[in-house]
Design a binder for this molecule. Structure first.
Ligand SMILES: [Fe+2]
Length: 477
């Protein structure tokens, strides 16, 4: 008999996945189902929110929770776990004073509007992504500089301006790596904005940078890259900054999604450093899959939603979350004709999905397989729980479902050495199991998702995270 969770049980389980984990651990994982593949040698770095209360006060949004690193180091069929908070200035101060001292995307300081009046002092939460590049480990957050960390100990070294490469710009949490070049972007200004893009070599040194003016207010969370283009999607947002400055509303509550306007596609030539702006119907989405060029067209995959999942108040009441309305997007393919300037959209996956990824060698190149989190049922009104391997050549898919009460996080693709094939590798994902209130890392064979190879159980839970990366070094002491 298949047991199905009721909608309210599912919502409660999902919310339980955002329970704080105040403890920091470091140990070899002993509880392992299956075998760790011998060729899986390296580190899965992950980042995400860790603390949802400070001094008994609940923060306003998961985006504002302090970044907690979750690190799995694989060596000789063993795995070593460590989690550690990024010691940002804000984390240290709030832990010392045990009260919320900073506003955030959806967080207001307590004390009403007066306590928030003209307070533009955001906390760099360092909670969105983590990547090792140019012999530096960075915890990334899109509203500011990255924090540099010691890859062996996870100790926080401090904010990094990349040898003064960064000035007033932010450094996004969604870099892309194409052909051994690290590309990231940042913005400065509120409305209008300036978009700056940097290319770094394998030593982390600047190859080139360029800047572009962007009209109005934009939220650029992610972008795409091909051999010849950077591609940004500018969703139609409006920002009424006055209630935020007056302390009356959080930034989130001052945003509005204008579904009568157009979504704009910024096509920037990497060689010529020129920008062209095309338009399509209004949609919103945080994350993109991959882009590639073919003749006079650019094809790209992106997560699309008809609206922005905006809450009515600045409170994190996750246990009251209803999935009656979609809060995640669906996967679409956009075809951009560079001659006619037309943009066509086609749905690929209609169930809720997010966190798309590809084999790293195929970034910016035509790819067949996308790996992503999806709803376990074919509906867009449930949370994302499963992992899907989606075949763009024929629309077929394989799916691994962790169970009714479990939630798999972003799948990270780890390539096997050879041959280089799009699905010759492993998928690693951190899964939260609400039935036991514990988390584990699952290892899937990307060629066959039907049966997990290995589950490595932690002795405790981890809050559901955001993003992470794999590096072949394991930095074991
Ligand atoms: Fe993201």
């Amino acid at each position: 008999m298949v047991v199905t969770s009721s909608p309210s049980q599912l919502a409660k389980d999902w919310a339980k996945g955002y329970t704080s984990q105040p403890n920091e651990y470091e140990y070899e994982i002993q509880n392992i189902e299956g075998q760790i593949p011998s060729d899986l040698q390296g580190t899965l770095f992950r980042n995400g929110p860790g603390l949802f209360e400070i001094g008994g006060e609940t923060i306003g949004h998961i985006f504002d929770a302090d970044g907690m690193l979750r690190v799995f180091r694989f060596q000789d069929e063993k795995v070593y776990f460590q989690n550690r908070y990024v010691r940002t200035k804000g984390y240290l101060k709030e832990q010392q004073e045990q009260t919320i001292l900073y506003r955030g995307f959806g967080t207001q300081k307590s004390g009403g509007w007066l306590a928030n009046l003209f307070n533009t002092n955001f906390k760099n939460a360092a909670n969105t992504n983590i990547i090792y590049w140019g012999k530096k480990l960075w915890a990334m957050w899109e509203g500011g500089y990255p924090h540099q960390l010691n890859p062996e100990t996870l100790e926080t070294i401090g904010l990094d301006n990349l040898d003064e490469l960064l000035n007033k710009e932010t450094f996004s949490a969604h870099p892309r790596i194409i052909d051994d070049t690290f590309i990231n972007f940042g913005v400065s200004g509120i409305s209008p904005q300036t978009l700056t893009i940097w290319e770094l070599n394998q030593q982390g040194k600047k190859i080139k940078s360029s800047s572009y003016p962007v009209e109005g207010f934009s939220i650029f969370h992610d972008f795409l890259v091909t051999p010849n283009y950077y591609i940004f999607i500018k969703h139609p947002f409006k920002l009424n900054v006055l209630p935020w400055l007056l302390g009356i509303k959080s930034l989130e509550q001052c945003l509005s999604f204008d579904n009568k306007s157009k979504t704009k596609i910024l096509i920037i030539s990497r060689q010529r450093e020129t920008m062209e702006v095309l338009e399509t119907e209004a949609f919103f989405g945080f994350h993109h899959g991959n882009a590639w060029e073919s003749e006079d067209k650019i094809y790209l995959t992106t997560i699309c939603s008809n609206s922005f999942p905006q809450r009515k108040k600045d409170k994190m009441e996750l246990d009251k979350m209803s999935f009656d309305q979609p809060i995640f997007g669906q996967l679409w393919q956009l075809t951009i004709d560079l001659v006619t300037k037309k943009v066509n959209r086609q749905p690929l996956i209609e169930r809720s999905c997010d966190f798309p990824s590809v084999h790293p060698t195929f970034v910016g190149k035509e790819n067949r397989y996308l790996y992503l989190n999806v709803a376990s049922k074919s509906t867009n009104k449930t949370p994302i729980q499963s992992i899907m391997k989606y075949d763009q050549s024929n629309g077929q898919y394989q799916m691994w479902n962790p169970g009714e009460r479990s939630f798999a996080g972003e799948p990270v693709f780890v390539p096997r050495q050879s041959p280089i094939e799009e699905d010759n590798g492993y998928l690693l994902s951190v899964v939260y199991d609400a039935s036991i209130h514990r988390s584990y890392v699952v290892i899937l064979d990307a060629k066959n998702l039907n049966y997990p190879l290995t589950k490595c159980y932690l002795t405790h839970h981890l809050p559901q995270g955001f993003h992470g990366t794999w590096t072949p070094q394991n930095f074991l002491k």
